[in-house]
Design a protein around this ligand. Sequence first.
Ligand code: NAP
Length: 335
Amino acid sequence: MATRWGICSAGKISHDFTVALRTLAPENHKIVAVAARDLKHAEEFAKKHNIPRVYGSYDELAKDPDIDVVYIGTIHPYHLATGKLFMKSKKNVLIEKPLAMNLREVQELISAAQDNSVFLMEAIWTRFFPVTVELRRLLEQGEVGDVQMVRADLGAPLTHIPRLAERKLGGGALLDLGIYCLQFIFTVFNGERPESIQATGHCIDTGVDGTAVLVLKFSGNRLAICTCSITMMLTCDAVITGTKGTIKIPDHMWCPTSLEVNGKEMQFPLPEASMPLNFTNSTGLRYEAEEVRQCLLKGLKESPGMPWAHSSLIAEVLDEARRQLGVTYEQDNIQ
Ligand SMILES: NC(=O)c1ccc[n+]([C@@H]2O[C@H](COP(=O)([O-])OP(=O)(O)OC[C@H]3O[C@@H](n4cnc5c(N)ncnc54)[C@H](OP(=O)(O)O)[C@@H]3O)[C@@H](O)[C@H]2O)c1
């Protein structure tokens, strides 16, 4: 039976996710409905993507009985409220990254999933790319020996985009881009808690972090460096240094299609998109969608590839880095 998807919000990433869903077998993934705050906006989206049911509010989508899972593509400050709304209506949810604005909100979402006995996953799509599957295999096989150092960089000049620059809209490099570097580090170190976190960087006029550099120290003198920026173009790659060699993920480390292990390159091409996309390599969103289907078929409430513990750990590190940089959101003042 097909997994029946509802799409919450008709913005840029919802467009790309919908296109990516259509690269999967229609007998496995069916898009049933879309909702946006403005009915006209939702209708335009539905027409473009040939989606049968349309709602002008998220509440109506939550009441639709024929939906298995809702993809939440709203901007970060609305992830908590929309996530809770759908979970209370017993809908499984895939929520865009970051799962929420801070650790307190992440914990609230996890509690809502537990209370309502539904599936919840943070949409860290990178985790389900074939490159990441191969990376995990290489690490487990000890292809580069014991990992000593991880470096991950992601940045581009993006301060002209309101949701990235405005504090009220959840702006800042850490929450939008640094999260990809951290999730990579925690993939390699298997969700291990760092012994220490040191953050430095600078803020832009709006008070959110423009550039941040984090140094994480793990047990046994293992280190990780994460650099993220919305003010400058970075190399957007990642390197793992082990006692026996090196793995490199070239540019597009957040949506990778190639990997180099001890100088040998491997390619993992993505399927073509049926219409123009807003973001790089977005047909790769198909892998997280398939992960959700597989988890639902198995009756799981969380994904082994992106478990709640990893979402909590990432949020905890992001909170600590923001504390050191002096970046706060209104959500941080709620107890
Ligand atoms: N996985 C990825 O590669 C990837 C890429 C880009 C973004 N993202 C994540 O996806 C989320 C959305 O990013 P986006 O670029 O798609 O954003 P966007 O197009 O600017 O906005 C997405 C939706 O959020 C709602 N929204 C926007 N501004 C709002 C406001 N001021 N008040 C209330 N709701 C508002 C709207 O929903 P309605 O349509 O209902 O009005 C809008 O369509 C972010 O959390 C981001 O981190 C992920």
